[in-house]
Design a protein around this ligand. Sequence first.
Ligand SMILES: *Cc1c(COP(=O)(O)O)cnc(C)c1O
Length: 376
Amino acid sequence: MGMPVSGKLTAKPLPHIPALKAYTPGIQPTDKGWIKLNTNELPYPPSPKVAEAILNELAGTGESLRLYPNPTSAPLRQTIAKLHGLTEQQVCIGNGSDDILNLIIRCSAGGTSETGMTFPSYSLYPVLVGIQNGVTVSIPFDRSMRLPVEKIVASKASVFFLTSPNAPTGVAFSNTDIETILKGYQGLLVVDEAYAPFASHDAVSLLAHYPNLVIVRTLSKAYALAGIRVGYCLANPEVIGWLDRVRDSYNVNRLSQAAAMGALLDPLYYNTVVNKVKATRDTQYKLWTEKRGWFTYRSEANFLFTEPKNAQLQTGPEVAKQVYDFLVSHKILVRLFASHALTASFIRISIGTDAEMAALNETLDAWLKAKSALNA
Ligand SMILES: *Cc1c(COP(=O)(O)O)cnc(C)c1O
């Protein structure tokens, strides 16, 4: 029991703080038995080298925890630079890639400076801009989800966030399109490549020619380390210098630095599990588009964005909500994006194990049967 609060709070935050709306993370149930296909975590465990590296760091009594971690995560910067054929000066490590996104926004948003993004994309960006009391400018897709290249080029935003492959659609953008933007746009172009390890290409090679490009990566998805909170960005050394000026001096803890090193040293393991996820994704895509006849975006990520059809072949926000509720009642979690017409009739489903996908498909069949019986 806490002490009751008496007296009146007279302190005040900055005027924009009470109006902020915090980011809504996907549900993380604490009870057992859920099939969790709502937050794009990998369904397989991290490499055994991760636990090994953590135990090694703890070495018996955890003596090393007495000491602050490496302030720049230098060994990780070196390893990641090597991995991408870059220099250490082109890498910054974050407490999750959300930390990196926040650092970029801390350097660029506020006052009348505009922060650009597409809609839909990762819904954390506008939340971070709001914290800086900055201005968000959103460029909407149409249903084709083709990149509005000219509109981005014409944007006056000082920084523009592009998610590729995009969330929640899974659609990846070509390097040709990204290059066209880089040739015309004067601000910082941030390509958030959280899902690039599941895609057929990435934009890393463009860093050599375009100093305004920043690429953001995470170990949360393809490295199965969402719980460890490590992400990074690749950019021009000057931009890395900005981020280093505004980040917490010890932004990545010892155990996370060790875990990330362990993961990055086991590329063979990750090749195998990532390839497995891609194969499962492509099997599901075929099943939903061809057998079920559900419109589904071609995904290069570890999830699918699909528009469910009921037994009467109807689609729409109500149908998506019905599927979502039916799945929840069978302890399967997926994600709905009900707040916008472009996304409201879809559900986003993270790619799970074969057993999880089989259970999902059986439950979807049961939903269709229940619906057609109801309407018979
Ligand atoms: C999951 C996700 C992130 C968050 O990554 P963390 O490293 O866990 O903070 C960033 N961007 C996109 C587009 C994501 O989907």
